[in-house]
Design a protein. Sequence first.
Length: 129
Amino acid sequence: MNNVYQSYNNVSVMTASPGELTLMLYNGAIRFLKQSKAAMEKHESQPAREFLNKGQAIVLELMATLNMDIAIAQELYQQYDFMNRHLLQASIKREPSTVQDVIELLEELRDAWNGVLKATRGQAVGMGN
């Protein structure tokens, strides 16, 4: 069953638009950071560190893929950099509350991004009429 899920997941990533991939990255970072926070709260340091590293890697990927020619990319870069520094602090001090702060920021960005995707899909559908 795991192979079926993995195959489906691979196809989803391969056929996703750049906007949908960004949404997947947000969701993945949020999921990993929630898992890290839960592990921190249970004092499970190894899983907490592993999930935190995965979430942080996604934040770094989001930073690296920004098109800095677009004005909003500067602001997003600063937000991602802030998140990255907070995740480093959370890793050192093992602070679930700091991870939660980053989760909330990512959820806000994800929700805004999802709204943009829905709006642009609606425009594309309206153009076909």
